[in-house]
Each structure stands twice: as C-alpha cells, then as structure tokens.
Design a protein around this ligand. Structure first.
Ligand code: GDP
Ligand code: MG
Length: 175
C-alpha cells in the first residue's frame, strides 16, 4: 500500500515556449523530440525511487494558450514547483520572477520546494539572462537554481527534477 507521503505533485510553470514540455519529457523519457503540443495542461504520472523509497510522482506540465497566465488554481495542489525560463529570453525571466513572487504569496508559510530552472543554455550566442541573474534571484527567493539545456542533455534536467523530488519527499515525511 502507498500512503500519502509517497505521492509527490510537481507543477511545471513559466512563460510560453521556454521549454516546460521539453524539460518534462526529457526527465520522463530521457528523450528530446523538438516539438511539443502546447495547447493544454498535461498530467504525467510515474513511479520513481526517492531516497530509495518508492514514490508516485505526478507532474503537471502547464500550458496556457496565447498568454502567460499564472496557474493560481494549481498552487494548492502542488508539493513542489519547477519555474522555468529561457536564458535566451529576458522577458521569460521576468515572468519567472513574477511567478516566484506569486507562489510565495499564495503558499503563505507552507514550506514548498521550488526550483528556478534556466533552460536553453545551449543558446549561448543569444543569451539574455546571465548565470548571476539566475543565482541572485534564487537567493532572493531561497529556492534551488539550475541552468540546463533540454536540447543538449538529459543529465542536468534529471538532476534538477530529482533534487526537487528529494526535497519535497523529505518535507512530506517530516510532517
Ligand atoms: P513550452 O511552451 O514552455 O512547453 O515550450 P516547449 O517545450 O514546447 O519548447 C518551445 C520551443 O523551444 C520548442 O521549439 C523546443 O524545441 C525549443 N526548446 C526547448 N528546450 C530547448 C533547449 O534546451 N534548447 C533549445 N535551443 N531549444 C529548446
Ligand atoms: Mg508546453
């Protein structure tokens, strides 16, 4: 039997086209397809071991057609957040900052792990957000920070997901 501590719900959010679906699919399948349907939220369920404990993980790959609508209705559902921006898109970093603020406000004291994830680091020649900017933001919001490229490798993406799952798991078991 699986008790509730073994369920971990993760919301992946961020501006349009930053690679929310790409990092999610990379984590789940280790593959990179290149094009992802983006017209609706997708819920993935899979089993993993976190600290050698079996866990049911639900990952919600959010998607809001046309505009960057903050998924406020999903915040209470979540045990953890992955806030994605593109290192090649300054505006998406602003959207991420705004999301961090809104999450922090809405969880109001509930301890919820967040990862700030700068994707598309392979696009170094058109970089618009520095590593320092990301790091500074993560310090300000006391969250973890990673820069990754879903296009180049599954490794960084996997490390980031595992890290937020481990933090969420340890918080749940501590309650
Ligand atoms: P979403 O709208 O946030 O879910 O973004 P998608 O996952 O659909 O990706 C948007 C676009 O960015 C697609 O054309 C992807 O191929 C591309 N993309 C995603 N991740 C990367 C990456 O790490 N590097 C590069 N160069 N392109 C990426
Ligand atoms: Mg998508």
């Amino acid at each position: 039997t699986v008790d509730s501590t073994s369920f971990i719900r993760v919301v992946v959010l961020g501006a349009r086209k930053v690679g929310k679906s790409a990092v999610t699919v990379r984590y789940l399948t280790k593959r990179y397809i290149g094009e992802y349907s983006s017209s609706r939220d997708l819920l993935y369920k899979h089993g993993v071991f976190v600290d050698s404990q079996p866990c049911e993980v639900e990952i919600l790959d959010t998607s809001r057609f046309q505009d960057d609508v903050f998924p406020a209705d999903k915040v209470d559902w979540a045990d953890a957040f992955i806030v994605v921006y593109s290192t090649a898109d300054r505006r998406s970093f602003q959207v991420a900052t705004d999301s961090l603020r809104r999450i922090q406000h809405q969880v109001a004291g509930r301890q919820v792990p967040i990862i700030l994830l700068g994707n598309k680091r392979d696009l170094e020649h058109v970089r618009q957000v520095s590593v320092d900017d990301g790091q500074e933001m993560s310090l300000q919001f006391q969250c973890q920070f990673y820069e990754v490229s879903a296009a180049d490798s599954h490794v960084g993406v996997t490390v980031a997901f595992q890290s937020v799952l481990r933090e969420a798991y340890s918080l749940k078991t501590r309650r």
